[in-house]
Design a binder for this molecule. Sequence first.
Ligand code: NAD
Ligand code: ZN
Length: 247
Amino acid sequence: MTIQRAAELIGGARRGLALTGAGVSAESGIPTFRGAGGLWTRYDPVKVASIEYFMADPSAYWSVSKDRGSVALAARPNPGHHALAALETSGRLVAVVTQNTDGLHQASGSRTVIEVHGSSRTVECLDCGNREPRGDVQARLDMEMPPRCRICGGIFLKPTVVLFGEPLPRAAIQQAFTLAREADVMLVVGSSLVVYPAADIPLVAARSGAQLIVINAEPTPFDELAAIVIRGKSGEVLPEIVELIGG
Ligand code: NAD
Ligand code: ZN
């Protein structure tokens, strides 16, 4: 059986690496961008999630971001996050590279989390550099739109996520590719694998000899390259794999 084979590969991994996308947090109630029910069926992402849009009108940005922020702040890790944390604790995974910005891997106990698209848990003032927890900014959105910097009064308060048109965090990307080259098993979970350069990470791992395992609700462009493809929900499949490995 496919899940059994995946458990064998992951159970034997010495330098396993996971790449996760929005799908792992779907069962925590955070909508994905693409795929069935994805947010991008409602918004034009390149518009509302671009740095140009933010700089042109921070209020417009925050009015879209407001609801999403309260959902993400209230979300809790699901069994998929917990299973990945358990695989790190038991030595099967060296790290989780994530395209998610929600902080749920850290909340579930994963220790080495490489956030290639930044974090939405913190907000930074682009004028003075002051940082605040997202929750503090979120709490004043009903009174203040756009939210203003507590230190300098500036209106360009931006979550520390990578928006379209912004560079990726160089150190995180370098670390992710280094781990991909060293990986013996590469697990990709809940990612449509169409956002670059994140999607190059499993490609580099596979070219460097890693066995690729894809767990996703829908087909991905990398399925043909994978040793194992499991079509399912990460919150169900991952705990099953951990159970089969057994400690
Ligand atoms: P995506 O939204 O493009 O694709 C998500 C994929 O997950 C889809 O292929 C879908 O079929 C699959 N999926 C949905 N539910 C699943 C489940 N329960 N189990 C397994 N698979 C499931 O996500 P992406 O590839 O991560 O890229 C989108 C970009 O959006 C990323 O850059 C990320 O920064 C950002 N994003 C982040 C969050 C978050 O932080 N939680 C949420 C949405 C989008
Ligand atoms: Zn400021």
